[in-house]
Design a protein around this ligand. Structure first.
Ligand SMILES: C[S@@+](CC[C@H](N)C(=O)[O-])C[C@H]1O[C@@H](n2cnc3c(N)ncnc32)[C@H](O)[C@@H]1O
Length: 197
């Protein structure tokens, strides 16, 4: 077995995440660049350090699961959801059950909640927001964002659903949060919620 495969086995024991399910070349590149920066000479030395150092383990987990997000990321997709998909989903009335899978720091489920709250045909809804990474989930639950993440948010939505804290930070209002349940979930291993819209 090569040294990367030994690392993959140790990583699985430490975190429950199977790196063989990700693209090998991309994972190897990210990990090699990280251990180089940290001064380890190979996968074996890196794995030995990860077993002893919780902070290093968390940081490595962070680097491997890219957490980029933004409110109304890819704006046109949200318009399709608003104008085409939500009218269809709302046809039968009832509570819509929506899943934001791999929600990162929360911008996506909060955007969903704002969009659904403002939609004339949506009566009631709940959002399940999941991610594998505890740190991003904690940050999502805080609901506090730098204005950089709000660049795509239309002004009327910004005014209605955010509270401006100081010059550059915004907090999501409770009426947006109350629809969302954040949970840890591994897309590659855990069972899926049923009966989602
Ligand atoms: C680029 S972010 C996506 C954020 C958001 N969905 C969006 O489009 O704005 C990708 C997220 O996938 C999560 N992730 C990676 N592997 C995962 C897995 N196996 N199960 C659940 N989440 C995972 C990462 O932690 C990260 O937060």
């Amino acid at each position: 077995m090569d040294s990367y495969q030994v690392f993959v086995g140790k990583w699985k024991k430490l975190t429950g995440v199977d790196l063989n399910l990700y693209k090998e070349a991309q994972m190897k590149r990210r990990l090699t660049s990280l251990y180089d920066k940290k001064g380890f000479k190979d996968f074996e030395a890196f794995a030995a350090a990860l077993e002893k150092d919780r902070a290093l383990l968390d940081e490595t987990m962070d680097r491997m699961t890219i957490n980029v997000s933004e409110f109304y990321r890819n704006y046109q997709r949200w318009e399709v959801l608003d104008q085409k998909i939500l009218p269809l989903l709302s046809k039968n009335g009832g509570t819509l059950k929506i899943w934001s899978a791999a929600c990162s720091t929360g911008e996506e489920p909060y955007t969903l909640s704002m969009l659904l709250s403002s939609h004339p045909l949506v009566k009631d809804f709940q959002i399940i927001a999941t991610d594998i990474d505890d740190k991003v989930l904690q940050s999502a639950q805080k609901g506090r964002y730098h204005e950089r993440s709000l660049q795509e948010v239309p002004d009327h939505i910004k005014q209605k659903y955010f509270t401006k804290e100081d010059s550059s930070f915004y907090t999501v209002k409770n009426e947006v949060r109350k629809h969302i349940q954040f949970k840890k979930h591994n897309l590659l291993a855990d069972p899926y919620e049923k009966q989602l819209d």
